[in-house]
Design a protein around this ligand. Structure first.
Ligand code: HPA
Length: 248
């Protein structure tokens, strides 16, 4: 079963024929909302809106541990996270879709690990390649089959939010090697690895990052939602094709 985590602009998945919803409690508390089960082209899918059904949970207040724990309890074959980002690299213009291959963590004060107990031996995870390569390739194949242009590779910078960045912060992120910036990639990506989930992300460029492109002095927030609304059509198209690209 494919699990999809929807981000800003995707609080529901309109191509999903919903069968039922389930509230799952976890040792880490409640996920962002009930899990929505359904089918896309006859294949079973589970969907979770990261920011809650009404988009009320800000990035730093999301219970990432509960979200990933709940999805992991269903043993999904792949987890695809949809996330909006600001574009830093020149070709990452609003509306583009990217499958990131690397991530840098600038977040703080978030519950970021399952391995924080002092009762067990210290556990480390390998995170050299933070995203599942098979899930990334499956997404790229789905995009090809769907005739959608999708950019392969990019470094995602995860910032704390909920405010957007200053232009100087974006310059710093670029110097660090970041191509795009978002607020939810961490600790979600690391927690997925801790659980051994096959996790990858589709990043949707919602806006030029601060100080970039047409946003030299201000990031027009109203335009972000219009861009995301439009791009969700393309994301759904990729996801609809993804279900034919793997075996459960
Ligand atoms: N910065 C951080 N997160 C974002 C942005 C941005 O410019 N756009 C969408 N999510």
């Amino acid at each position: 079963m494919l699990a999809i985590i929807g981000g800003s602009g995707m609080t529901q998945l309109s191509c999903l024929e919903i069968t039922h919803r389930q509230i799952i409690r976890t040792p880490y508390g409640e996920p962002s909302g009930p899990l929505t089960f359904g089918k896309i082209k006859g294949r079973e899918i589970v969907f979770l809106a990261r920011h809650g059904h009404g988009h009320t949970i800000p990035p730093h207040a999301i219970n990432y541990r509960a979200n990933l724990w709940a999805l992991n309890s269903l043993k999904p074959t792949h987890v695809v996270a949809v996330a909006s980002v600001g574009g830093i690299r020149a070709d990452l213009t609003p509306g583009k879709m990217v499958i990131p291959d690397q991530i840098i963590d600038y977040t703080y004060d978030r519950a970021f690990t399952y391995f924080d107990s002092t009762d067990h031996p210290v556990t480390h995870i390998d995170f050299t390649e933070p995203y599942c390569q098979i899930t990334r390739k499956t997404l790229l194949e789905a995009a090809r089959n769907a005739n959608e242009v999708i950019i392969d590779n990019g470094v995602y910078a995860a910032t704390q939010g909920p405010r957007l960045e200053t232009a100087a912060e974006i310059n710093r992120l670029e110097r660090d090697g970041a191509d795009m910036v978002g607020m939810t990639g961490m600790p979600e990506t690391a927690l997925a690895r801790e659980l051994g989930l096959n996790y990858a992300a589709i990043a949707i460029v919602a806006n030029y990052a601060a100080g970039r492109g047409t946003n030299k002095n201000v990031v027009p927030l109203k335009e972000i939602y219009a861009v995301l609304d439009k791009a969700m059509f393309n994301v759904r198209n990729v996801l609809e094709h993804m279900v034919s690209c793997y075996v459960d």
